[in-house]
Design a protein around this ligand. Sequence first.
Ligand SMILES: Cc1c2[nH]c(c1CCC(=O)O)Cc1[nH]c(c(CCC(=O)O)c1C)Cc1[nH]c(c(CCC(=O)O)c1C)Cc1[nH]c(c(C)c1CCC(=O)O)C2
Length: 363
Amino acid sequence: MSTENAGAAARDGESRRGGPADSPFVRACRREPTPHTPVWFMRQAGRSLPEYREIRANVGMLDSCRRPELVAEITLQPVRRHGVDAAILFSDIVVPVAAAGVDLDIVPGTGPVVAQPVRTAEDVQRIRPITRDDVSYVDEAVRLLVTELGDTPLIGFAGAPFTLASYLVEGGPSRTHAKTKALMYGQPELWHALCARLAEVTLSFLTVQIEAGVSAVQLFDSWAGALSEADYRRYVLPHSAYVLAGLAHAGVPRIHFGVGTGELLTAMGEAGADVVGVDWRTPLDVATRRIGPDKAVQGNLDPTVLLAPWSVVETEVRRIVEQGRAAPGHVFNLGHGVLPETDPDVLTRVVALVHEVSARHAG
Ligand SMILES: Cc1c2[nH]c(c1CCC(=O)O)Cc1[nH]c(c(CCC(=O)O)c1C)Cc1[nH]c(c(CCC(=O)O)c1C)Cc1[nH]c(c(C)c1CCC(=O)O)C2
């Protein structure tokens, strides 16, 4: 398809084998053989890196997401430092929601805070559809990055309807998602109208990123694990499935991730993913049995293990690479994002170890 190899082809003036579409990361997503297990980290661009803290010192989070040169630099920092197999666009799940007209901010140490939480049909109607022009800074940043990254794939991402709805209904982060679930159970029509709007915004946002050249996309339904499987299937899956189906024709791998989703892994795969993200609670061989043979898995080192002595990290990395062999494709990652207090040198060592251990057993 047209977006594949865009960077490499532009530089070479011709299309050739290789480029991001032939990288270990994309091949693993497609369940093709790889020279080593590819590895990247959720939240690899962020507060664990001193160079990130320095560049962000005087720029607000949302502002930084709207400056293409800054987005490109922050996205590249972990690729240079750790040698990860993929970059992830520096942005946030609330960026497209802000572009859709919702008044919100990202408060340091707290997360997204919404000025006027969504409670009524009028509130839902105020969430406008978005076009490329509403997020031209993302289009520009992706194009800059695809050229800079060469053969290293760039992952685009968005928040899934449930996780976005939770921030909008609660007005900010929530442990229980009580207001969100109250709306879901009490006003199912309004709930579905809200999720349908968010699915439309998310689909447009991901389409902009794919057209600009990302090699894969990840749909973050971080808080879906708050639901039973039955409620997930009834209230959430159709909306996430709408987004994932809308991207099928683009041909880039679709990763679907959530936390605490051991009981939802089958359903999250059925929603239309090529790769299912697994947190640390479910071993990858068990997860693979739940997800089935036609999807790859991504995960699943507990982020807090990175704070332990190296011998513990090493044992856990080896176990996960080994259990990942049960899957038809494995992308090594954490079970959730990098914690800010993580020593970046440990991340660099993990990348090298994953490559070494998996290459030794290849073929
Ligand atoms: C739920 C969610 C959000 N944002 C995101 C999710 C889904 C992933 C997950 O489950 O962690 C996704 C996200 N947010 C960010 C990225 C960047 C790419 C990456 O390196 O992974 C990604 C992929 C940057 C960010 N997004 C945020 C930061 C920290 C802000 C800062 O550096 O000042 C970064 C680097 C802010 C944010 N934004 C959000 C939270 C919970 C927070 C953290 C609040 C805090 O602890 O300060 C909402």
